[in-house]
Design a protein. Structure first.
Length: 284
C-alpha cells in the first residue's frame, strides 16, 4: 500500500504528536512558512503545503519562502486578471499550483492561468454538480490543446491514469481525497476519510487508531463503496462514462444531469490524447 499522507492543520500541538509520517500542511498565507517547514522536517516528511484562503488570488502576495517547496495555493477566485499581471512571473517562478472551487468564472480563469504557464487544480470532488458543458470545454483544452500550457488537475491525472485495458485508478488522489492514500486530521487529531467528511465532522478515529486494523478496514470499505452501485442496480453503473466517474455524482440522482455526457466525452478525449502523444504531437 502507498504510504499514507496525513493532511493536517498548521497546529504545533498536533504536529508535535506526529513522527515518521508524510504530512500535507493546511495553513494560511500569513503563516510563518519557514518555521512550519522546519518543525515538520525535524520528525516527518513534507508532502505539500496547502495554503488556504477565501480571498481572491489578486489579494495574495507570492511569498519567497515558497521557493523550492511544493505549494498549493487554494483561493476563492482569481479576481481581476488586470490586477494579477505583476504577480504572474513570481507564481510561475515559485512553481505554485493555484486551486480553485468550481464555478463558471473559475473555469474560465483556470484556462487562462494554464495558458500562462501556471498549474491549476479544480475541486472536482463529487460535491455540487458543475456546468458540465463548460467543464467539458475546459477538459478538452486541458488534454488536447496543441499550444503548450500548464497542467489542469484533475484532468491531467485522469488522462495519465487511464490504461489500455479500460481501467483507471482513483483520480481523487489528485485532489487529496483518495482514502487509500490520504487521511484528513483536525487540530485535535481526529481522523476523517476525506476533506468533505472533515468539514462535516464525520470522523472515524483519532491518532491512536492511525495504524489500527479497524481504520484500515474503514479505508478499504470507503475505497470500494463504488461496488454498491452494481448491487443496487443504480443507473450510473450502466453509464458508458462509469470507468472515469465511478458514481461520484450519483447521490440523490434518479437520472443523469449532463454528467454521463461529460465523462463519456472525456473517455474519448483521453483516447485521442494518447494517440496524439504516440504521434509526438503533444509533448506534455
Amino acid at each position: 500500500m502507498t504510504r499514507t499522507v496525513l493532511i493536517c492543520p498548521d497546529d504545533p500541538s498536533l504536529l508535535g504528536r506526529l513522527a515518521g509520517r508524510s504530512l500535507g500542511i493546511r495553513l494560511a498565507p500569513s503563516a510563518d512558512i519557514a518555521a512550519t517547514v522546519a518543525m515538520v522536517r525535524r520528525r516527518n516528511d513534507l508532502f505539500r503545503l496547502l495554503v488556504e484562503t477565501p480571498l481572491p488570488l489578486t489579494d495574495i502576495e507570492p511569498d519567497i519562502a515558497w521557493q523550492g517547496l511544493p505549494v498549493d495555493l487554494a483561493v476563492g477566485s482569481v479576481g481581476r486578471f488586470a490586477a494579477l499581471t505583476g504577480r504572474l512571473d513570481a507564481l510561475r517562478a515559485l512553481g505554485v499550483t493555484v486551486c480553485l472551487p468550481l464555478g463558471d468564472r473559475n473555469l474560465t480563469d483556470a484556462r487562462l492561468l494554464s495558458s500562462l504557464g501556471i498549474r491549476t487544480r479544480l475541486r472536482l470532488d463529487g460535491g455540487t454538480a458543475p456546468d458540465w458543458e463548460r467543464l467539458s470545454d475546459l477538459m478538452t483544452y486541458a488534454l488536447l490543446g496543441l499550444v503548450e500550457h500548464a497542467p489542469i488537475e484533475p484532468f491531467q491525472t485522469i488522462a495519465d491514469a487511464c490504461r489500455t485495458d479500460g481501467r483507471t485508478t482513483d483520480w481523487l488522489a489528485a485532489l487529496f481525497d483518495d482514502p487509500q492514500r490520504f487521511l484528513h486530521l483536525d487540530a485535535e487529531g481526529r481522523i476523517a476519510l476525506s476533506r468533505r467528511d472533515l468539514m462535516a465532522g464525520a470522523f472515524v478515529g483519532n491518532l491512536a487508531a492511525l495504524d489500527s486494523p479497524a481504520l484500515a478496514a474503514c479505508r478499504r470499505q470507503r475505497a470500494e463503496a463504488w461496488r454498491q452501485a452494481f448491487l443496487d442496480d443504480h443507473f450510473c453503473a450502466r453509464c458508458p462514462g462509469w470507468r472515469l466517474c465511478r458514481g461520484r455524482y450519483a447521490a440523490g440522482k434518479s437520472a443523469a444531469d449532463g454528467c454521463a455526457d461529460f465523462f463519456t466525452e472525456m473517455a474519448d478525449v483521453v483516447e485521442q490524447r494518447a494517440a496524439l502523444r504516440r504521434e509526438r504531437r503533444l509533448p506534455w
